[in-house]
Write a protein that binds this ligand. Structure first.
Ligand code: DOR
Ligand code: ZN
Length: 343
């Protein structure tokens, strides 16, 4: 197969940031995706419906003219989120989910949840209104090995959570382990997961190939090859619980290449092409469209997109750097090639 025509895909997990940085990266996503679930981990976080509406307006006004791109907004869950906020979010029609960051788990998560038991009222409201909970599934306890944080979170937090809120829609975001694949597979249809392109393409060796590679550092961190293989199997399984979410997360070169570098891999400039590589390498190109353009929309109760996107197997070279407002970022595969191109 050298040409692929897909229903225009949706990115069900994206970091767009704000201001000039957002303006410089937004065209990458708009070219490839019809819609995206936009993460709320700004400073300050997008914690209210009013903030989400204002952020959405800023995104819309930064779009290229004639663009039909639709940002799907999320709220940032805190210990103090009120159930009434969930009702407002649902009624707004622009908020599509609520993101649960355990406090301290990742970039801009310090206002996150310290104990999910504090949010039970909110979770009941979400269960009632059908608003999905998007989970950053890692424990934060310093004594837990960084490579085990997802697995431990599943046992300690997710298993009891889904047992208590049996009708709550849950997306385990950017899964990275065999255990997460097994957990999501075993749950009923209200529990799903996103999978990133970089976790399909890389294992943890990519963090240390001939030296430390800060641009491959993200959270949850890359895992062993057995886990990468489990993610590939899940993505190619045709199980609608697994769908596309890039977790493309821009940070400036300076913020990545320093003594305490930020977590995040930037893939928006080549996102669907990278997924095509991963699916193609595993003989699964015929399953890419459902993963990228159907299962996520269905989970969120959205109609399928009408536009299409054509890809061809023609390699191109990724620039060494891209603009990020007044700064520069180092994109995934910088200076190297990507096997698929948009026609
Ligand atoms: O690597 C990551 N970067 N993981 C996250 O959970 C957050 C993201 C970011 O916002 O930079
Ligand atoms: Zn993310």
């Amino acid at each position: 197969m050298t040409t692929l025509i897909l229903t225009k895909p949706d990115d069900m997990h994206l970091h767009l940031r704000d201001g000039d940085a957002m303006r410089s990266i937004l065209p990458h996503t708009v070219r490839r995706f019809a819609r995206a679930i936009v993460m709320p981990n700004l400073r300050p976080p997008i914690a209210t419906t009013a903030q989400a509406i204002a952020y959405r307006e800023r995104i819309l006004s930064a779009l290229p003219p004639e663009s039909a791109f639709e940002p799907l907004m999320t709220l940032y869950l805190t210990d103090n989120t009120a159930p009434a906020e969930i009702v407002r979010a649902r009624e707004s029609g622009v908020v599509h989910a609520v993101k649960y960051y355990p406090a301290g788990a990742t970039t801009n998560s310090d206002s996150g949840v310290t104990d999910i038991a504090r949010c039970h009222g909110v979770l009941e409201a979400m269960e009632r209104t059908g608003l999905p909970l998007l989970v950053h599934g890692e424990v934060t306890a310093a004594e837990v090995d960084v490579f085990d944080r997802e697995r431990v979170f599943i046992d300690q937090v997710l298993v009891p959570l889904v047992a208590r809120f049996t009708r709550l829609k849950v997306v385990v975001e950017h899964i990275t382990t065999r255990e997460a694949v097994r957990f999501v597979t075993a749950m009923p249809a209200n529990v799903a997961a996103t999978i990133t392109a970089h976790h399909l393409l890389l294992n943890r060796n990519a963090l240390f190939s001939a030296g430390v590679r800060p641009h491959h550092y993200c959270l949850p961190i890359l895992k062993r090859e057995v886990h990468r293989v489990a993610l590939v199997e899940a993505a190619l399984s045709g199980n609608p619980k697994f769908f596309l979410g890039t977790d493309s997360a821009p940070h400036s070169r300076a913020a990545k290449e320093c003594v305490c570098g930020c977590a995040g891999v930037y893939t928006a400039h080549a996102a669907i092409e990278l997924y095509a590589e991963a699916f193609g390498a595993n003989d699964g190109l015929d399953r890419l469209e459902a993963f990228a353009s159907a299962y996520g929309a269905h989970f969120y109760g959205l109609a399928r997109n009408r536009d299409s996107l054509s890809l061809e197997r023609r390699s191109w070279q990724v620039p060494e750097e891209l603009e990020l407002g007044s700064e520069r970022l180092v994109p995934f595969r910088a200076g190297e090639s990507v096997a698929w191109s948009i026609v």
